[in-house]
Design a protein. Structure first.
Lengths: 443, 777
């Protein structure tokens, strides 16, 4: 694909010539084997040419060979010797932070050599911002670590994605002076950083969360119940339980009178998150998988804010019901640490005992691809709602038509299966907030 | 780490360095195109013109790129000029028969294309290509041109190339530099330059030829092709077979094509006759009859009389043949490349009857020669004495020698004679003198030799074994006539006095003759004297070199040292021709000297004639370094005033480096303070940044100039506030009104003076509030 200046179809003839001569990569699969792609390879070729000229033509070319050889030896030895005297420690100024929020990274380097070490590069452990277009894993460079000193470097870093950082063991590398070969050494990580997923506000709590009337809680629910304070009386209606009949009033009024009571309920919200990589679309921080985690975190925060009992079910971890700020920390930590590897399928997760007949609200966050495979386990049930991502939209493909033929612009609810749909990668927050509003009224 | 072609625009420092590298490459290319006989000044001037053109083209292309123009404006120019360059070179090839050879035509075209590509070094890929192209020019040129200038260009290119590689790597590192750390390269530059200077000193001490040939120890140069080209130079492409390479010792003409013909040139003895005069037979020998060899009974001691071998009479008279004046260069017998002085043996005389020297019989044994890689023949010795230092290399170009003997220096280790690499072609013509079995050494032959040098310090401590174990008796035999003269024995004893037996005594004899006798080449033994040696030693005390040699030989034999007289050629360093880099040896360089035999058939040169020197010991590398250090120390002592002055100036410059650098930055600002108001403001900003950098207040990466001023510099230069606000406008904004040049000038100057004055100084202050750069209409 032509680059920016020639990206248009109407690129001039000379622009195209420049691209095909100087920029097009014809041997992309063989790049790693081509010596001229590497500085060391170029120097070795130059040395070979100088050697051949010196052998066949004039010994003065050997002077050039000696200089190139010296440069090669220096370029290979200096980094190796330099890195031997380095000890480095890494930590952060905080233990937890949100995606995109700046955190100060501190790197302490102890240089045991008398000479300074230049051109140190921090490699690995920190995810690169995908918009930079960089393919190397260098996240920071340090000009010089002076000799016989402990030097501390600090810089602000914005984590592009949730996770536990450093993701891998970071290494300190140097290729100074010529960049022919990089010698590296691992860095000791004193303290890891947990990056929570970003969340967005979801107001109130759906009624369905308070389906379980057996436990008292802190949330006032606008619904009469069978325990608590007496709210009022009314005439008996067929179906009312007999033990609620107020016999005194009934005798006075010569008809059956029922007492109504109200107590604060304890909503329960169970969040099941499907993180199977093959069912999600897109890569990087804006894939459907990451958005699913953010949605789960937002729902958990909203529920906990309303003093609900929240349980998080992940493929490799379960955070049992609890409430309060500690539970929030546990849930966000678990979401931050969600591993990208092969995980349990949604079917398997829903087959667990706690997920089969949930009390309260059960929100399943998944994709349509997973939904097709787990349709049996996802039978409509009171209190169960599904938020499904159209993973193909996140993978850059056009959105498929809704199966029930409904116009998804007006209603995202598949009334039969209680499935809500999110298919716009750029408006996930707005769509989820709209879904939440519909959920508020759902039964 | 693969090369990152997708880097942003390279930093300006890297672009400038690439241009400088290209300029050095152009210098090397022009030196190669001009050739060894052209003017270096013209070549460098043309290179300077091309460099200026390159810089102008680069600046123009940079402006075009900033203005949004793309490859469509540059590539047609590059393609067109490349084609034009090729057409011009092609036309020159056709129309100018005296022009450049074909390979140089192509090289000139390649240089043109490379220059055009180097104008676009603001593109990362083309910047790397420009670096590689300049390296190819330098490599090609180094194969064609030698000399101090080319060596200097090579060294400068090596240093600058190292810095370029380093800066290229640094430009990748700089992309992610953590804010707060400096991106400047300070100490590494000094370290790299220092290492390079040390290398240069070592190379200069070792010598470029020696250091280059150190790596090509066994590999000779080659050259020549089978195609004839009248434009050929120096044997790279063969010209006329005999003529083109005659004057260069290094040229290797094909042995097969040499023409053997009866020489009309004078033989060695003809030349000796011209120099020393005709032999004068002693009166008692005037009626001698030559006895046929077959009639003589074989007697080992009289072997020299069985064959009609040559003799050299010590009594001579003026030659009646007119000596025609000779041109040294055109009459050279051979040319020598390598260090001198040198004694080249041609004949050895092992017996002397007091009047005539008689040539040694050729040994019956064959030399033990082992073929080495590349055709070299190594002389194997059963026994090697530990009296030698390093080795020296020589190249001999035979022109008119017309002798069977090979002109090999003393103590040869190995040699290479053209393509003759079989031991069976060689034999001993005299003890210790190598020659061909059949025929004479052909003309235009190149002989490479490697020989060992004698370390007199080792020799002084070396114990001479009992002489009877290794030397033939005739090497110790004093002529009967001289044996009966007690003066010679007394003189010998007196010379050595109480010195221990060994080299000290031999050296004493040598020194005595050098210090107490006068060399007069034209001196002749009087006609009435039949005892040339006593006459020389006790009466005249002057004489030609053969009398010195004979006298030394007799004195040494008197002291029971095996000695002989040797004749040959003396390679005098005074005859060194700097243009050709060689010493031409002519018939006048005929010389006689004495030699002493060591075990293992090693004949040591004893030079008793004043005005002639022996080859000094060639030290090993460590010794050479010490010598160099000693020579440098001695030079510094001799020029102590200049050295002291330089040191003081250097110390002062280091001590005042900041002030000097500040001054240089100011000069640069004065030169670049032109153009639009933006350019002038940014040029002034660069000056202030440079000055602030000297104080350690660099602008951190990612900070705007205004932020930098407000956080770090406000206390230092409060009057520069307006200027720094102006930098924001110059760098990022669009002025809403008309910019007045005078106001810009005032603001810039006020900022410069504020920085130069420093904080707290009561300097001339300008009221910046009155100078409003933007007038709103």
């Amino acid at each position: 694909m032509m680059r920016s200046a020639v990206g248009k179809e109407s690129a001039s003839f000379w622009d195209r010539i420049y691209y095909y001569v100087f920029e097009a990569d014809y041997l992309a699969d063989f790049n790693r084997y081509l010596p001229w792609r590497y500085a060391l390879g170029c120097l070795v070729m130059a040395a070979a040419a100088a050697g051949i000229c010196g052998w066949l033509i004039h010994e003065q070319a050997y002077v050039l060979l000696a200089c190139i050889g010296l440069a090669i030896i220096l370029g290979l030895l200096w980094p190796g010797v330099s890195i031997l005297g380095i000890r480095a420690e890494l930590d952060f100024d905080r233990q937890r932070v949100r995606e995109g929020e700046p955190v100060q990274v501190r790197l302490r380097i102890q240089n045991s050599w008398p000479l300074g070490i230049w051109g140190l590069r921090l490699r690995g452990g920190f995810a690169l911002d995908s918009s930079s277009g960089r393919t190397d894993d260098c996240s920071a460079s340090l000009a010089v670590a002076p000799g016989w000193r402990i030097t501390e470097f600090a810089w602000k870093w914005r984590p592009p994605c949730r996770g536990q950082y450093p993701l891998t063991i970071p290494r300190l590398a140097t290729g100074f002076p010529f960049g022919l070969w990089e010698a590296s050494r691992s860095i000791e990580v004193k303290q890891r950083l947990i990056v929570w997923p970003t969340t967005f506000p979801l107001h109130l709590l759906p009624e369905a969360a308070a389906n379980d009337r057996t436990t008292e809680g802190l949330t006032p629910v606008n619904r009469v119940g069978t325990s608590g304070d007496v709210l009022g009386v009314r005439p008996y209606r067929r179906g009312d339980p007999l033990r609620r009949i107020h016999w005194g009033q009934s005798a006075r009024h010569e008809r059956l009178i029922i007492c109504e009571q109200q107590a604060t309920a304890c909503p329960r919200v169970q969040i099941v998150v499907d993180l199977q990589p093959e069912h999600h679309g897109g890569i990087g921080p804006y894939s459907s998988r990451e958005w699913a985690i953010r949605v789960a975190a937002s729902i958990a925060e909203a529920a906990l804010r309303h003093a609900s009992l929240v349980e998080l079910v992940l493929p490799d971890a379960i955070v049992p019901y609890d409430l309060g700020p500690m539970q929030r920390g546990r849930i966000l930590d678990a979401l931050a640490r969600a591993a990208p590897g092969n995980v349990q399928s949604l079917e398997h997760m829903l087959g667990q005992r706690g997920c089969q007949h949930p009390s309260g609200l059960q929100l399943v966050i998944t994709t349509f691809a997973s939904l097709k495979k787990s349709s049996e386990k996802l039978a409509p049930q009171r209190g169960r709602f599904v938020v499904a991502f159209a993973e193909q939209c996140f993978a850059g493909k056009p959105s498929p038509e809704p199966e029930n033929g409904a116009d998804h612009h007006f209603s995202r609810l598949d009334a039969l299966r209680r499935v809500f749909r999110i298919d716009c990668p750029h408006h996930v927050v707005e769509e989820m907030q709209a879904i939440w509003k519909e959920l508020l009224c759902a039964d | 780490m693969p090369t990152d072609h997708r880097a942003d625009t390279p930093p300006k420092s890297l672009q400038s360095m690439t241009l400088a590298l290209t300029a050095l490459g152009v210098c090397a290319a022009e030196l190669a195109l001009t050739g060894p006989h052209g003017s270096s000044a013209t070549a460098l001037s043309f290179a300077a013109v091309l460099t200026v053109g390159l810089v102008v083209a680069h600046r123009y292309w940079q402006r075009c790129s900033e203005g949004g123009l793309c490859a469509r404006h540059g590539l047609p120019v590059v393609a067109g000029l490349s084609v034009l360059s090729a057409v011009i070179e092609g036309l020159r090839w056709i129309l100018q028969p005296e022009g450049l050879p074909l390979e140089l035509q192509l090289f000139a075209g390649w240089r043109g294309i490379g220059l055009l590509l180097a104008a676009f070094v603001n593109r990362p890929l083309l910047l790397r290509i420009a670096g590689a192209v300049s390296a190819s020019w330098v490599l090609f040129a180094s194969c064609l041109v030698e000399g101090a200038l080319m060596f200097g260009v090579l060294v400068c290119y090596a240093i600058l190339g190292s810095l370029w590689l380093s800066t290229l790597y640094w430009s990748l590192v700089q992309r992610d530099l953590v804010s707060g750390t400096s991106g400047r390269l300070r100490v590494p530059v000094v370290a790299v330059v220092w290492c390079a200077l040390v290398l240069v000193v070592i190379l200069l001490g070792a010598g470029p030829q020696r250091s280059a040939m150190l790596l090509a120890e066994l590999l000779p140069t080659s050259g020549g092709s089978d195609q004839y080209d009248a434009r050929s130079r120096g044997g790279v492409n063969d010209g006329d077979d005999v003529v083109a390479a005659r004057d260069q010792a290094r040229s290797a003409g094909a042995v097969d094509s040499n023409i053997f013909f009866d020489s009309e040139e004078r033989s060695f003895y003809d030349a000796a006759q011209d120099i020393y005069g005709e032999a004068r037979k002693p009166r008692e020998y005037t009626q001698a009859i030559a006895i046929e060899a077959e009639r003589m009974r074989h007697d080992h001691n009289l072997a020299e009389q069985q064959q009609a071998r040559r003799e050299f009479a010590l009594t001579r008279r003026e030659s009646k043949r007119p000596r025609r004046p000779v041109d040294r260069y055109s009459d050279a017998l051979f040319h020598v490349e390598g260090p001198g002085p040198l004694h080249i043996r041609m004949f050895a005389y092992d017996t002397c009857d007091g009047v005539t020297l008689r040539e040694s019989a050729p040994p019956t044994s064959r030399p033990e020669l082992t073929r080495q890689w590349g055709g070299w023949l190594k002389l194997e010795k059963i026994e090697r004495q530990d009296v030698f230092a390093g080795t020296v290399r020589h190249t001999f170009r035979i022109v008119k020698l017309e002798a069977r003997q090979l002109p090999i220096p003393p103590h040869p280790d190995r040699f290479l004679l053209g393509r003759v690499d079989q031991a069976r072609f060689f034999r001993w013509t005299h003890p210790g003198i190598l020659g061909l079995v059949d025929g004479k050494v052909p003309r235009n032959t190149v002989l490479h030799t490697r020989s060992r040098t004698v370390d007199e310090d080792l020799l002084t401590h070396w114990k001479f074994p009992a002489v009877t174990r290794y030397a033939m008796p005739h090497y110790r035999e004093v002529p009967l006539a001289l044996r009966e003269d007690p003066r010679i024995e007394n003189l010998a004893r007196r010379i050595v006095d109480d010195k221990p037996r060994g080299w000290s005594q031999i050296k004493a004899v040598e020194e005595y003759l050098r210090n107490h006798y006068v060399h007069v080449r034209a001196a002749k033994v009087p006609e009435d004297r039949e005892d040339p040696l006593p006459w020389f030693l006790f009466d005249s005390k002057t004489g030609p070199d053969y009398l010195f040699a004979a006298a030394a030989c007799v004195l040494l034999r008197q002291l029971d040292y095996p000695a002989r007289v040797t004749s040959g050629f003396y390679v005098d360093p005074a005859n060194y021709d700097p243009e050709s880099g060689q010493i031409s040896v002519c018939p006048e360089d005929i010389h006689f000297w004495a030699e002493v035999l060591l075990p293992g058939d090693e004949w040591l040169v004893v030079e008793p004639t004043p005005g002639y020197e022996k080859m000094p010991a060639s030290p090993h590398l460590i010794g050479r370094l010490f010598q160099l250090a000693g020579a440098m120390g001695q030079w510094m002592v001799n020029h102590w005033a200049a050295v002291l002055g330089v040191i003081m100036v250097a110390v002062a410059m280091v001590w005042q480096r900041r002030q000097i650098l500040a001054g240089l930055y100011w000069v640069r600002w004065r030169l670049t303070y032109r153009g639009s108001w933006r350019q002038r403001v940014l040029s002034t900003l660069r000056l202030l940044e440079a000055w602030a950098g000297l104080e350690g207040r660099n602008r951190p990466v990612g900070w705007t100039p205004l932020r930098w001023y407000e956080k770090k510099l406000r206390s230092r230069a409060p009057q520069a506030a307006t200027f720094f606000h102006l930098t924001s406008l110059a760098a990022y904004g669009q002025p809403t009104g008309i910019i007045r040049d005078e106001a810009i000038q005032e603001v810039c100057l006020a900022a410069v003076y504020a920085f130069r004055a420093g904080p707290g100084n009561s300097s001339q202050k300008r009221d910046e509030s009155k100078a409003s750069p933007v007038r709103r209409d």
